[in-house]
Design a protein around this ligand. Structure first.
Ligand code: ATP
Ligand code: MG
Length: 486
């Protein structure tokens, strides 16, 4: 007995075959790119871009296209073949049969061996049996005889008549268009035969088209519904990952849909758990360290308070005070604002408030401009700290003025803060984001600070799904740009 084929193995083989096909296509494209003349290469690239641009961007649109385009091509080919072969053939046979009947009637009408009444009788009864209606018109009616039009049924009828007789004839539609009238010159006058158009014509092709288009539309609708159900889990996963990246709560997310999508969702959930655990561990550990050090420092301060006042003790006290302030900032940093819930916030008001509280008292000229809608959902305290740290730096290291421009556009909020201070050398632009990193001591000699400001600011920006960039400002100092998804 042969063992049943393992489905995973078959799938693996199919996937491998498809991969090989992919490689082949890539190879062909590479060959075209490598060996074709410049013009062809340009046209190739241009066509690629144009197709990419005109293709739908969403997965639903693309999948539908994959379903609909082959269906349309199939419909086109089927319709073409059907019209060409089946419809034309049937119409030709029908027309030919009608033409044969007409010529038969004409031959009887032309038969001089029969007496007039007998002949009329035979013609009438034969015509009745054939479903045609006949009339013998006087020869004067011949003047109305016209050549056939370009109508395909007319042409086929004419072919059928010409191949059987040399009698002159004309074909035309009756005034209502439903019947066809054939006139032929016979011995006793003009034989006028008229019959329903449907007699010479395969009239039911509409049904075929209606059924075909109707079924196609129905199938597209069904695939639309199924595809939407397949795509929804992907959209949910994207939304959950996006919310997590922006530090928003991810509620009620559960893996669903096709196997691959479930795998991705499980991977995402695992990653989120690991990250959350890591952040929690870091926070607990740092808070513990900060707390322990603070206890020792408090003991230290108490010990100092018992010592007599003097120059050395004053220095020591100020050192201890500075260490305490640093520790405070450090513990704050370690705690972070991750547990703060995002709320609607007036960004414009927050920035101008920070400027009023920090820049104006320090005697800096403030230039502030905001464009776009200022209402955003953010973690308010964290966002305030981010802006305050950057404005604080601009005030601390700048000389005369602070420039703040904020703009909300195309789903992003960007805030630029500039000053006219010494700026930061380009090779230090990344380093200053490190906790406790301050530029060389000589520059910062009497400037207080712990070196945590930028680290905190970047932490806040990233936890909102954005970032901070530093660079030189045309004003002479530093330019800090914050970009947050809005
Ligand atoms: N606008 C600026 N112009 C020039 N140098 C700056 C500017 N902003 C920051 N720096 C440099 O980057 C270093 C790190 O800045 P950061 O804000 O992280 O710490 P800090 O300002 O020293 O202390 P604090 O924790 O109080 O903010 C600063 O010590 C300073 O040398
Ligand atoms: Mg600072």
């Amino acid at each position: 007995m042969t063992p049943a084929p393992d489905p995973t193995e078959t799938r693996g083989r199919v996937a491998a075959a498809l991969d090989r096909l992919d490689d082949l296509i890539r190879h062909v494209r590479w060959l075209v790119a490598r060996y074709s003349p410049r013009v062809v290469r340009r046209a190739w690239v241009g066509a690629g871009h144009a197709i990419n641009r005109s293709l739908p961007k969403g997965l639903l649109g693309r999948s539908l296209l994959i379903v609909v385009v082959p269906m349309l091509i199939l419909l086109g080919v089927l319709t073409g073949v059907f019209m060409d072969r089946h419809w034309m053939l049937v119409t030709q046979r029908l027309s030919d049969a009608v033409a044969g009947s007409i010529v038969g009637l004409a031959n009887i009408s032309d038969n001089t061996a029969l007496s007039d009444p007998l002949r009329d009788d035979v013609v009438n009864s034969a015509a009745k049996a054939m479903g045609l209606s006949v009339q013998i018109l006087p020869t004067s009616e011949i003047g109305r005889v016209r050549r056939a039009s370009s109508d395909i049924v007319h042409a086929m009828l004419a072919d059928g008549i010409v191949k059987r007789t040399h009698m002159p004839f004309s074909i035309r539609d009756t005034s209502d268009g439903n019947r066809i009238e054939v006139r032929m010159i016979v011995h006793s006058g003009v034989l006028k035969v008229d019959f329903a158009r449907s007699l010479a014509y395969a009239a039911n092709w509409h049904f075929f088209l209606v059924w075909m288009v109707g079924t196609a539309l129905f199938l597209v609708l069904v695939s639309l519904i199924f595809l939407r159900n397949q795509i929804r889990p992907i959209e949910r996963l994207a939304a959950a990952a996006d919310a997590f990246g922006r530090g928003r709560p991810v509620e009620g997310f559960a893996p669903s849909g096709a196997r691959e999508v479930r795998q991705a969702a499980h991977a995402f959930i695992g990653m989120r758990r690991r990250l959350e655990r890591q952040i929690e561990q870091r926070t607990t550990m740092l808070a513990g360290v900060g707390h322990d050090l603070k206890t020792i420092l408090t003991r230290f301060r108490l010990g100092l308070a018992l010592l007599p006042d003097g120059e050395e003790t004053a220095d020591l006290r100020s050192d201890v005070a500075e260490m305490e302030a640093m520790l405070e900032a450090y513990v704050d940093f370690a705690r972070g604002d991750a547990d703060e819930t995002p709320q609607p916030l007036d960004v414009e008001a927050t920035i101008s408030d920070c400027l009023r509280q920090m820049a104006e008292p320090a005697g800096r000229t403030v230039h502030f401009a905001f464009t776009g809608d200022g209402a955003l959902t953010l973690r308010p305290t964290a966002f305030r700290r981010l802006i305050a740290n950057l404005i604080g730096n601009a005030v601390r290291y700048g000389r005369t003025a602070v420039w703040v421009t904020a703009e909300r556009r195309e789903g992003w909020l960007s805030v630029t803060i500039e000053d006219d201070g010494p700026g930061i050398p380009s090779d230090e632009l990344e380093a200053v984001f490190r906790p406790f990193y301050r530029l060389d001591a000589a520059r910062n000699q009497d400037v207080p600070g712990t070196g945590l400001g930028l680290a905190i600011a970047r932490d806040v920006a990233r936890s909102h799904g954005g970032d901070i960039e530093l660079g030189p400002s045309p004003r002479g100092g530093l330019k800090a740009t914050v970009r947050l998804p809005a």
